[in-house]
Design a protein around this ligand. Structure first.
Ligand code: NAD
Length: 520
C-alpha cells in the first residue's frame, strides 16, 4: 500500500477554522476516518434533538432579514462564491479526497457542478422566481399576480458520496430564494460542507443563515425534519421513505433524491469504441458510488461477444489507486461497511452461478477498502445484485435479442433514476429513451450529458425519488406560490346596485360569451 497520509493544501489551522462553524452540540464527539488508510481525520461534537431545534430557531431569526435583501444582492454573493471556489479549489479537492477516498478528478467534477449551479441560479434565478401576472377574476377590475415567497428554513440532509455537490448545490438555490438553510452532512464528510459554508461567509453571506448540525441520521436528521419548513434529502431509498413519511405527517414539502439500478442499452448499430469508453466511465467513476452510475449493461445479441471482449480490455486498463493527483481512474470504497456490502453482492452472485469476467475481489495491496472494478455475467433475478443497488464498482452484462427486449430489461424493477442508450440511429434511441422509466436518459453518453445540463431537471421516478433538482424546479421548490389579487372599484361579487338574480343572469351570459370567444 503506498498512500501519502495527509493532503497538501489543508492544514490543521484550516480544519479548526471551518469546524468552528458547526452548531455547538453536547451529544458526544464523533470521529471520522480517512478511507485511504483508516486514520482519524477529526473528532467533532454532535447535537441533541433540542440543539437541532435551536439551530433551526437561530436560522429562522436570521432568515427574515436575508429575505428582505434583493435577489440581485444575494446573487452577487454567490457569484463571488463561484470565483473563490474556482480559485481555491485545491483546498476542497483535498478535503473531498481525504473524506471520501475519491479520485481527484471525481472531486473536481463536484467543484465544476457547484460552480455551475452558483452561476446559473445567480444569473437565472430571478427569472425562475419572477412574479406572474395573470388574468384576474373580473377583467379590468381584478389585478392578480402570483408571487413566490421563501419557505423559511430549508433542511438539507446529504450523503457522503458527492459531499460538496449533493449538499451545496441544493443549498445555493434555497439561499438565493431567500431561505435560511440548516444542513446535516453525512458523518463521513462534515468538513467538505463546513469548508463551503466558510467560503460563502467570505463571499458576503451572513453566517447565521446557514447552520450545520452533526450527528447520527436517525436522531439529528429526523430532528431537522421535525423543525424545518422544507426538507431536501439525498440518500438511500430506505431512508427516503422514512423522511417522506415524517414530512407527510408534518405537511411540509420534501424532495427525495434516492437510489438507482441504472441501465445502459447498447444497440447493434452503436459506435462500439464510444460505448465501451462510456460504459467504463459510467460504471466505475467514483468506484461506482454514484447514484447515476450504470450497474446493468444490456447489449444487443449480435454484438455481445465483441463488445464484451473490448469492454474487458478497457476495464483491465483502469488505474485503481490512492493518489492526491489525477493519476488514478478509481479509488477505494469509502468504508469497511461499503466494502462488505459490495463483496457480499459479488459473493452471493457467484455462489448462485454468476461468472466473474474481471475483478471480483478486494485489493488490499492498494488500500484497506479498495475493490477491483468488476464485470459479471449470468446474474439472475434471485441474486441480490440483480435488482438491488450495489453502489460499488460492479457491472452486470445482459443480452437482448431486440429493442423491445432491451426496453423490458431496462425497465425491470422499481428504480427509475438514470439510463443511457448508445446507438447511431438517434431517432431509434430517442424512441427508446421515451419508453424508459427514468428521470433522465442519456443518448450516446453514460450519465454526464443529462446531469451536466443545468437548465434541465434531475431526479427520479418510482423508488428513485420525488421532486427535482436543477432547472426551474430546483429553485421554485424552495418557495410557496402566493396569489395576490387586488380588487378595484367594485366588489368581487354581487354589486350593491344589482339583485342576486340579475347578477347571476349577467354572469351566465358572460360564461357563454367567454366560451364562444375562445377565452382560456
Ligand atoms: P443514507 O440514506 O444511509 O444516508 C444519507 C443521509 O441520511 C446521511 O446524512 C445520513 O446520516 C442520513 N440519515 C440516515 N438515516 C436517517 C434517518 N433515519 N433519518 C434522517 N436522516 C438519516 O444513504 P447513504 O448510504 O449515505 O448514501 C448512498 C445512497 O444515496 C445510495 O442509495 C445512492 O443511490 C443514494 N444517492 C442518491 C442520489 C440522487 O441524487 N438520487 C445521489 C447520491 C446518492
Amino acid at each position: 500500500m503506498s498512500t501519502p497520509s495527509e493532503p497538501q493544501h489543508v492544514d490543521r489551522a484550516l480544519l479548526d477554522q471551518i469546524s468552528a462553524g458547526l452548531h455547538p452540540g453536547t451529544a458526544g464527539p464523533e470521529t471520522h476516518f480517512a478511507p485511504f488508510d483508516g486514520t482519524p481525520i477529526t473528532t467533532l461534537p454532535t447535537c441533541t434533538e433540542l440543539e437541532v431545534a435551536d439551530a433551526v430557531r437561530q436560522a429562522r431569526i436570521a432568515q427574515a432579514g436575508w429575505a428582505r435583501r434583493s435577489f440581485a444582492e444575494r446573487a452577487e454573493i454567490f457569484l463571488r462564491f463561484h470565483d473563490l471556489l474556482v480559485d481555491r479549489q485545491d483546498e476542497v479537492l483535498d478535503l473531498m479526497q481525504w473524506e471520501v477516498g475519491k479520485t481527484r478528478q471525481s472531486a473536481w467534477v463536484e467543484v465544476y457542478m457547484v460552480a455551475t449551479t452558483a452561476r446559473h441560479y445567480a444569473r437565472r434565478g430571478a427569472h425562475y422566481l419572477a412574479d406572474r401576472s395573470v388574468r384576474g377574476f373580473m377583467p379590468g377590475l381584478t389585478k392578480t399576480v402570483e408571487v413566490r415567497v421563501p419557505k423559511g428554513v430549508v433542511g438539507i440532509i446529504s450523503p457522503w458520496n458527492f459531499p460538496l455537490y449533493l449538499s451545496v448545490a441544493d443549498a445555493i438555490p434555497a439561499l438565493l430564494a431567500g431561505n435560511a438553510v440548516v444542513a446535516k452532512p453525512d458523518a463521513q464528510t462534515p468538513l467538505t460542507l463546513l469548508w463551503a459554508r466558510q467560503l460563502m461567509i467570505e463571499s458576503g453571506m451572513p453566517a447565521e443563515v446557514f447552520g450545520v448540525v452533526a450527528g447520527p441520521g436517525p436522531v439529528v436528521g429526523m430532528a431537522l425534519v421535525d423543525n424545518v419548513d422544507y426538507i431536501g434529502f439525498t440518500g438511500s431509498t430506505a431512508t427516503g421513505r422514512l423522511i417522506g413519511a415524517r414530512a407527510g405527517e408534518r405537511l411540509i414539502g420534501c424532495s427525495l433524491e434516492l437510489g438507482g439500478k441504472n441501465p445502459m442499452v447498447v444497440r447493434a448499430d452503436a459506435d462500439l469504441e464510444r460505448a465501451v469508453n462510456g460504459l467504463a466511465e459510467a460504471a466505475f467513476m467514483n468506484s461506482g458510488q454514484m447514484c447515476v452510475h450504470v450497474e446493468r449493461a444490456i447489449i444487443a445479441d449480435s454484438i455481445y461477444d465483441t463488445f464484451k471482449q473490448r469492454l474487458l480490455e478497457r476495464v483491465q486498463k483502469l488505474r485503481l489507486g490512492q493518489a492526491w493527483d489525477y493519476s488514478s481512474d478509481l479509488g477505494p470504497l469509502v468504508s469497511a461497511k461499503q466494502l462488505t456490502n459490495v463483496s457480499r453482492h459479488v459473493e452471493d452472485a457467484v455462489a448462485a452461478g454468476a461468472t466473474v469476467l474481471t475483478g471480483g475481489e478486494p485489493r488490499p495491496e492498494v488500500g484497506p477498502f479498495a475493490y477491483a472494478p468488476t464485470v459479471l455475467e449470468g446474474v439472475t433475478p434471485q441474486m441480490a445484485a440483480y435488482g438491488n443497488e450495489t453502489f460499488g464498482p460492479v457491472l452486470s452484462l445482459y443480452r437482448a435479442g431486440s429493442d423491445d427486449e432491451a426496453l423490458a430489461l431496462a425497465n425491470e424493477g422499481n428504480y427509475g433514476l438514470s439510463a443511457s442508450v448508445y446507438s447511431r440511429d438517434t431517432e431509434a434511441a430517442d424512441t427508446m429513451a421515451r419508453g424508459i422509466r427514468a428521470g433522465s436518459v442519456n443518448i450516446n453518453d453514460g450519465f454526464a450529458a443529462a446531469i451536466g445540463s443545468i437548465e434541465a431537471s434531475m431526479g427520479g421516478m418510482g423508488d428513485s425519488g420525488l421532486g427535482r433538482r436543477q432547472g426551474p424546479d430546483g429553485i421554485r421548490k424552495y418557495t410557496e406560490p402566493q396569489t395576490i389579487a387586488n380588487q378595484r372599484l367594485l366588489p368581487a361579487g354581487v354589486p350593491p346596485f344589482l339583485s342576486s338574480a340579475a347578477f347571476i343572469k349577467i354572469s351566465n351570459g358572460q360564461l357563454r360569451l367567454l366560451r364562444k370567444m375562445g377565452a382560456r
